[in-house]
Ligand binder design. Structure first.
Ligand code: C5P
Length: 290
C-alpha cells in the first residue's frame, strides 16, 4: 500500500494560554502543500514493526512517528501488526516546522485504517492520531483546517487559492519545547486576527489572505535564530506578498501570485541555503469523513 505524506504550513499560529498539563492551547490555520514524502506498507513474516528508508538520519525505532503511529494503532484497535514493514522515501525537510514526521505518521494511520478497519470513522482515526502527536490529526485529515486545543479540534476550511509557495529552511533546528518555554502568553505583543483570516479564506482573495498571515513564535525568537528574519526580509524584497515562519520553525515560507517570481526568488536564496523549494497549496481532503 502506498500513500503520500504532505507537508503543512501554518498560515496563522496563535498561543492562547498555558494549560495545567504544561502544554499550550493553540489556534492555528493549517494548510497542506504539494511537497510530500512517499510512504509504503508491506506485510512481511518478521517480528515487530520495522522501518526502511534511504535517509540515514531518520530513526527507525518508535522515536520515528511513523513507527509510533503503527504501534498506537495496534494498541487502540487490537490489530496484530507484527511483521509490518514501513518504507519512507523522504523529501520533506526534517525538524523544519512542516510536520514532516507527523505527516508520515498520519499516512501510516490512513493506510492501516484502509487495510484493517475500513469501517472506522474519521473521528476515531483522528482520536488515535491525537495520541500519536499534536499535529497528526490535521495531517490525517489534510487540506486546510482551523486547529484548536493542542491541534486535535479541527474545522475544515477553504484552502489557499492556487499560488506559488517558496520554502526555505536554514541549516539549524529550533527546539519546539525551547520556543514554547520562551512564551509568556500575556506578554505577546501581537496575535494573528484568526477571524479575519477565516473570512479572507472564505472570499478566496490571495492578497487579503496574505495580510493575515502571522506566527506568534516570531515574537519570541532568540537572536541566535536571526537568519529566520533575514530569509523573511529577502523573500519580501523579492516580491513575496507575505513571508512567515511555519510552526516552531525554522522554515520560512513566502507566498507569490506567480510561479516565475517564486522561482526567481528561489534562485537567489539557493545561493545561500541548501533547502529551498517551490511548491503549491494542496487542498485535497486526505481522509474522507466516513
Ligand atoms: O507536539 P510536539 O511533540 O512537537 O511538542 C513538543 C513540546 O512542545 C511539548 O513537549 C511541549 O513542551 C510543547 N508544546 C506545548 N503545547 C502544545 C504543543 C507542544 O507546550 N500545544
Amino acid at each position: 500500500m502506498e500513500e503520500r505524506a504532505y507537508a503543512k504550513l501554518n498560515l496563522t499560529l496563535d498561543i492562547l494560554r498555558k494549560r495545567e498539563d504544561g502544554f499550550h492551547d493553540l489556534r492555528m490555520v493549517m494548510q497542506n502543500v504539494a511537497l510530500c514524502d512517499d510512504i509504503s506498507l508491506e506485510e512481511k513474516s518478521g517480528e515487530g514493526i520495522s522501518l526502511h528508508t534511504k535517509a540515514a538520519y531518520l530513526p527507525t525505532d518508535s522515536s520515528n512517528i511513523a513507527v509510533k503511529a503503527a504501534e498506537v494503532f495496534a494498541r487502540e484497535t487490537g490489530v496484530n501488526l507484527s511483521g509490518l514493514d514501513i518504507s519512507i522515501a523522504k523529501r520533506l525537510p526534517v525538524c523544519a516546522g512542516m510536520a514532516g514526521g507527523s505527516s508520515d505518521g498520519a499516512a501510516v494511520l490512513r493506510m492501516l485504517r484502509r487495510r484493517y478497519r475500513p469501517d472506522m470513522g474519521r473521528e476515531e482515526l483522528e482520536r488515535i492520531a491525537a495520541l500519536v502527536g499534536s499535529d497528526v490529526p490535521f495531517c490525517v485529515r489534510g487540506g486546510a483546517a482551523l486547529a484548536e486545543g493542542k491541534g486535535e479540534r479541527l474545522r475544515d476550511l477553504p484552502g489557499l487559492p492556487d499560488c506559488a509557495i517558496l520554502l526555505c529552511k536554514p541549516d539549524f533546528p529550533i527546539s519546539t519545547p525551547e520556543l514554547f518555554g520562551l512564551v509568556r502568553v500575556k506578554k505577546l505583543k501581537f496575535h494573528p486576527d484568526t477571524a479575519g483570516m477565516l473570512s479572507a479564506l472564505e472570499r478566496g482573495d490571495l492578497q487579503e489572505i496574505c495580510r493575515y498571515v502571522y506566527n506568534v513564535f516570531e515574537d519570541v525568537l532568540p537572536r541566535k535564530y536571526q537568519r529566520v528574519w533575514e530569509i523573511k526580509r529577502q523573500m519580501l524584497e523579492l516580491d513575496a506578498f507575505t513571508a512567515a515562519m511555519t510552526g516552531s520553525g525554522p522554515t520560512v515560507f513566502g507566498i507569490f501570485a506567480e510561479e516565475e517570481a517564486a522561482q526567481r526568488a528561489a534562485q537567489v536564496l539557493a545561493r545561500e541555503y541548501r533547502q529551498v523549494y517551490v511548491t503549491r497549496p494542496w487542498n485535497e481532503k486526505l481522509a474522507k469523513a466516513e
